[in-house]
Design a protein around this ligand. Structure first.
Ligand SMILES: NC(=O)c1ccc[n+]([C@@H]2O[C@H](COP(=O)([O-])OP(=O)(O)OC[C@H]3O[C@@H](n4cnc5c(N)ncnc54)[C@H](OP(=O)(O)O)[C@@H]3O)[C@@H](O)[C@H]2O)c1
Length: 103
């Protein structure tokens, strides 16, 4: 069985599409965001705040790949730093960070 994929900001515009694609591909998908939204029943939601560092460890446990789609008007650098530290500590091997550039 493959390890879970964690999509930060999986309730956002880009994140929702990423989540749908991963679910369609048969992945075990987790979402981390501050507010729960309606999503596919197969998706496991973790409430957390990347800027504050809340809820990340539980969401990250056993995760092999992180797709970082969370963003807000301020603090993205700090949030990403906290996320990367948590991913390294959890032994997560891959982190995908989509760029706005070129889209
Ligand atoms: N939209 C596009 O067309 C597009 C294209 C290419 C690349 N991108 C890139 O993709 C990323 C996402 O963009 P988007 O347009 O999808 O943004 P968005 O719709 O504003 O979604 C942001 C997501 O991040 C979550 N979030 C915000 N602050 C958070 C925090 N402190 N902790 C945890 N989750 C947090 C939000 O949920 P909560 O508010 O509930 O926490 C939401 O799920 C950005 O890096 C952007 O540059 C976007």
């Amino acid at each position: 069985m493959t390890s879970p994929v964690l999509v930060t900001g999986g309730t956002g515009r880009l994140g929702r599409r990423v989540v749908d694609g991963l679910v369609d591909s048969g992945c075990d998908v987790r979402v981390l965001a501050r507010h729960e939204r309606e999503m596919a029943p197969a998706v496991r939601f973790f409430m957390g705040d990347l800027r504050r560092g809340d809820g990340i460890d539980a969401a990250m446990s056993g995760v092999g790949t992180v797709v970082h789609c969370a963003t807000s008007t301020k603090g993205d650098a700090d949030a990403t730093r906290i996320l990367v530290t948590a991913a390294v500590q959890a032994g997560s091997q891959h982190l995908v960070y989509p760029s706005i550039v070129g889209n």
